[in-house]
Design a binder for this molecule. Structure first.
Ligand SMILES: [Zn+2]
Length: 283
């Protein structure tokens, strides 16, 4: 019996390792592609976690109210809707003197899986934005080296659930509010403590519904757009639950179960991209 159990265990480990290996070789292929495909109208294909994009555009690395970080990664590509969203959020930040937005990863030139950092960001509809609203960056263009070396500071005290008010301010709340109110935004992922803070200060505001608690996300927030119009091969996520999410659902995030999740014994499913993406990769 013990032997069978051990065999099963090592079998699971082996299949998890194979899945992991296949996924990373797929990611390697997608990360080597240096340019997007041309398309009259951009098309996001598949799901946020298994997809790609044709006709992606790159976001200019400097714009009004924002600068793009980590240029060496070449993850500055996305759907034109995402470019428009970033530019318009930057303009609000500049107009309201909130500080400059620092933009982390969008997607790769043709989307697809990345070698590091994310499961999602595959269809050109996801972007990470730092919580640090830099006054420095609002006044000058950051050097390439600075964009590589600066760290995104956490807005929590140490590893705790407490907001660090040296890093967090009303300006952060304003940016999240403006972002969540954009019609094209599907949802925004933030650390549960940030959601709790927003629930305390903005209780009953409808836009809170789009702000979703998720693990980590204490140094940046992750904006996810809806599938753009006429992108028929794009698969959105399940609709958001009703209400602001400031109730029992939020309380769960502070439970032991949420804080120390038991690793699943079921090996992850292998990453399978839509056939259209296989074709896109070879173009
Ligand atoms: Zn992200």
């Amino acid at each position: 019996m013990l032997k069978i159990k051990a065999l099963l265990f090592y079998g699971l480990l082996l299949s998890a390792a194979i899945t992991e290996c296949l996924a990373s070789s797929l990611a390697e292929q997608w990360s080597k592609v240096s340019l997007p495909t041309y398309s009259v109208s951009a098309q996001s294909i598949g799901t946020y976690n298994a997809g790609c994009i044709s006709g992606a555009v790159s976001v200019p690395i400097n714009g009004t109210g924002y600068q793009v970080m980590r240029l060496s990664r070449n993850r500055v590509y996305g759907h034109p809707d995402l470019k428009h969203f970033i530019e318009s959020l930057g303009q609000t930040a500049a107009k309201q003197q909130l500080g400059s937005l620092l933009i982390g990863d969008l997607g790769q030139p043709r989307g697809g899986p990345t070698l590091s950092g994310h499961r999602s960001h595959q269809t050109g509809l996801d972007v990470d934005i730092w919580f640090l609203l830099s006054k420095q960056a609002a006044n000058r263009s950051l050097a390439f080296k600075e964009r590589e070396a600066w760290n995104a500071p956490s807005v929590l005290v140490g590893q705790s659930d407490t907001i660090d008010y040296r890093q967090w301010s009303k300006a952060n709340e304003k940016v999240l509010e403006v972002a969540a109110q954009a019609a094209e935004v599907d949802r925004i992922f933030v650390n549960p403590s940030i959601k709790r803070e927003l629930c305390l200060t903005h209780a009953r505001h409808d836009w809170l519904r789009k702000i979703r608690p998720w693990w980590k996300h204490d140094d940046h927030f992750h904006v996810r757009l809806k599938c753009p119009k006429n992108n028929h091969d794009c698969q959105g996520q399940e609709p958001l639950p009703q209400g602001t999410g400031c109730d029992a659902e939020l309380a769960w995030w502070f439970s032991e179960e949420a804080k120390h999740p038991v690793p699943s014994k079921i090996p992850p499913k292998p990453l399978v991209l839509p056939v259209l993406c296989d074709k896109l990769l070879k173009q």
